[in-house]
Design a protein. Structure first.
Length: 197
């Protein structure tokens, strides 16, 4: 069976001087350091053949994809399936979020208030994999997304629960990526490709 290769990349570092949880809020762009992170990643992607590029619709992801796409000579398509988690706490200070909310984000208390669930995030990320594979089977795809969606995809692909402990130990740094192989039925994580350390 022909395999499709996916590189899921987390956007570069974001300019966020007010230190708020930006989630899906508009206009959060890359910082200067974030742009440098993305530029460093280009060297890797120039050495492999990327056929198609996709991005989350959020500015930080689009900017990341645009930098890479312009240097690789590839257009960038958008998919809302790659979007950041729908966070009911966006706009909260990062200090407050990390101290009192983050470890409990995916618990029933917050899910009942409208927080997007882990199963729903995984479902839309896998929907992206399936839709793109249907169009580009056997190709190599670079998809720019966000930390939790990529982390949840990795957890499921490696038969782990996306717990607070797992997230702390496996969270993808900005400007880094993971490689997955999809055979039309199962998604496999290729641990040798972790991006820039």
């Amino acid at each position: 069976m022909k395999k499709t290769i996916f590189y899921f990349m987390r956007h570069g570092e974001v300019y966020n001087p007010e230190n708020i949880l930006y989630g899906r809020l508009p206009n959060f762009r890359l910082s200067n350091n974030g742009k440098k992170q993305v530029e460093r990643a280009v060297g890797f992607f120039q050495n492999i053949k990327i056929d198609i590029m996709y991005s989350s619709p959020l500015l930080r992801a689009k900017e990341t994809a645009k930098i890479i796409g312009s240097l690789l000579g590839l257009p960038v398509y958008q998919s809302s399936l790659l979007n950041e988690v729908k966070l009911i706490f966006q706009g909260t200070t990062l200090c407050e979020y990390k101290k009192n909310i983050q470890p409990h984000l995916y618990t029933k208390k917050y899910l009942d208030q409208g927080q997007e669930s882990i199963p729903d995030i995984f479902k839309r990320m896998m929907r992206f994999v399936q839709v793109v594979t249907k169009k580009y089977k056997g190709k190599t795809i670079l998809a720019v997304s966000h930390g939790d969606p990529i982390g949840i995809l990795k957890a499921k692909a490696t038969n782990h629960q996306f717990t607070w402990k797992y997230k702390n130990a496996n969270y993808l740094k900005t400007g880094n990526w993971l490689k997955f192989v999809y055979n039309g039925r199962d998604l496999f994580w290729q641990k040798e490709n972790l991006g820039l350390q």
